[in-house]
Design a protein around this ligand. Structure first.
Ligand SMILES: *Cc1c(COP(=O)(O)O)cnc(C)c1O
Length: 481
């Protein structure tokens, strides 16, 4: 297939469309310092060419509406179109964040209702929608933990415990918030080792961050004991709820003893993600932490109207301008209201069922890192690598030739040659059966002709890329000559 030219490479001086009408108002100068020093080098193309350029790009992208997309820990599920329509309503898109509250009551109500419903789902008392992503939510949540200990003058608590089966953002968050990270190894069964946790928890423990289900796709079986051990030591417990898809409507972090939780609305609650679009990582907390939430908060007045509360003297501080990525919250609210009390747990159960069904089918050939799973499972290709020299990377590349987006690779770090598969509840059984067939055929190819797998993919616009080079030395802007 031909290389796609960049829009700048297609540009041809003088072709630019003069779409701006003649000036018919008095000319006004920009205040000093606001104007740019050089003219922008905008690409100049005809409308036909622009349209074709973007269509070419569209054909090269891959999304859940192209095919199977089992990217573990990412919940790439189908997002119902109705929620997009809700988020596109002009009443939600044509507002300004500095508009007077009384003229944006509907928007405030969306935030308030979304807070009520997500608190109900998580077992929390209050929530902020300011954080723009999961990791951003973690950071916000850990700032609450920090502010809480500080408010009590308990400043010796400088450590956050993070099991080694946590998502990588957990230790990063704790470090970013100024804590020392104490990593504890998992037990044989892939769950938190309680003895190791008891040994780690103490007077210097600010809290524990727990990813549940953990990155092996397992629900922490001793979760009540885990939260108790940390509480007994005087620490708080943080629930990384990015993967709530497996438990929503079935079990609530608040009931398990957690004090703070973040959710990824762009995973579980119907916002498409993966292309760097806006996300939302709301943080819920128990009432004793509410005073530390970012400002502003949405409050319902006695007369039923809504207002922003900005006078929050103990707030740990704002983490983003205004109210977060509001339209993501609109989608989440629409999603929850359409699924309702029955639909939410049903979605979670079907996500778990789909994962276990596919895991069972694949385990005819492939080794699994653990037994029965929640919403995702981890394959280990250690044996295939040893016996045939075929790695997780080779299998992932082979999947591309079958039009399947590869699973998450080489994660979690505690599993060698890992492929982490998350099918989600929106995949029909027929697709799961087809996918199992593809995995089986790749396995057979690896037995018969392992060398062929190093050559794949053969049928994609580009073959194997210098992935390390791309990550280390990203070219993200066009270099004009
Ligand atoms: C995806 C994920 C995160 C990070 O979310 P981002 O929106 O990518 O920042 C954190 N924890 C877990 C368990 C996740 O799966």
């Amino acid at each position: 297939m031909n290389d796609v030219k960049l829009i700048f490479e297609r540009s041809c001086e003088g072709k630019g469309l003069g779409l701006l009408p003649a000036l018919d108002v008095p000319e006004a100068a920009l205040p000093d310092g606001f104007g740019r020093k050089t003219a922008p080098r905008l690409p100049e193309l005809s409308e036909t060419e622009i349209s074709r350029h973007y269509k070419t790009l569209v054909k090269r992208t891959y999304g859940v509406n192209d095919g199977f997309y089992p990217l573990g820990s990412c919940t790439m599920k189908y997002n119902p179109r109705i929620n997009e329509e809700m988020a596109a309503l002009p009443q939600f898109t044509q507002i300004h964040p500095l508009q007077p509250e009384r003229t944006a009551q509907g928007c405030l109500e969306v935030l308030w209702r979304a807070e009520q419903l997500l608190c109900e789902i998580t077992g929390m008392d209050n929530m902020t929608f300011q954080p723009a992503a999961g990791a951003h939510g973690e950071f916000t949540g850990i700032l609450l933990v920090k502010a809480y200990h500080k408010s009590r003058g308990d400043e010796k608590r400088t450590k956050i415990i993070v099991p080694d089966s946590a998502h990588g953002t957990n230790p990063a968050t704790a470090a970013m918030a100024g804590f020392t990270v104490v990593s504890i190894p998992s037990g044989e069964d892939g769950c938190v080792d309680l003895e190791k946790l008891r040994a780690a928890a103490g007077e210097d423990t600010a809290g524990l961050m727990l990813t549940n289900p953990n990155t092996l796709g397992l629900f922490e079986k001793d979760i009540l004991e885990i939260t108790k051990i940390v509480h007994d030591a005087g620490g708080l417990v943080y629930y990384d709820g990015a993967n709530l898809n497996a438990v929503m409507g079935v079990a609530r972090p608040g009931d398990m003893g957690f004090d703070v939780v973040h959710l990824n609305l762009h995973k579980t609650f119907s916002t498409p993600h993966g292309g760097g679009g806006p996300g939302s990582g709301p943080v819920g907390c128990k009432a004793f932490l509410t005073p530390f939430l970012p400002s502003p908060r949405v409050i319902k007045n006695e007369d039923g109207s809504f207002r922003f509360e900005r006078d929050l003297p103990q707030s740990a501080g704002a983490v983003k301008e205004f109210y977060g990525n509001f339209l993501v919250d609109v989608r989440a609210l629409a999603y929850i209201l359409t699924l309702g009390k029955e639909g939410i747990p049903e979605a979670a159960k079907n996500a778990v069922l789909a994962a276990n069904y596919l895991m069972k089918k694949l385990s005819e050939h492939y080794d699994m890192a653990s037994g029965r799973c929640m919403h995702e499972f981890v394959i280990t290709l250690e044996r295939l690598k040893k016996e045939k020299g075929v790695s997780a990377m080779d299998v992932a590349k082979a999947l591309l030739d079958h039009g399947i987006h590869p699973p998450t690779m080489y994660f979690p770090l505690i599993v060698h040659e890992a492929l982490m598969v998350e099918p989600t509840e929106t995949e029909p059984k027929e697709t799961l059966d087809e996918v199992a067939g593809v995995f089986a055929s790749i396995w057979e190819e690896a037995q018969k002709n392992p060398a062929a797998l190093h050559e794949m993919p053969l049928h994609t616009p580009v073959r194997r890329l210098d992935e390390v080079g791309a990550a280390r030395n990203p070219k993200i802007r066009y270099e004009f000559e």
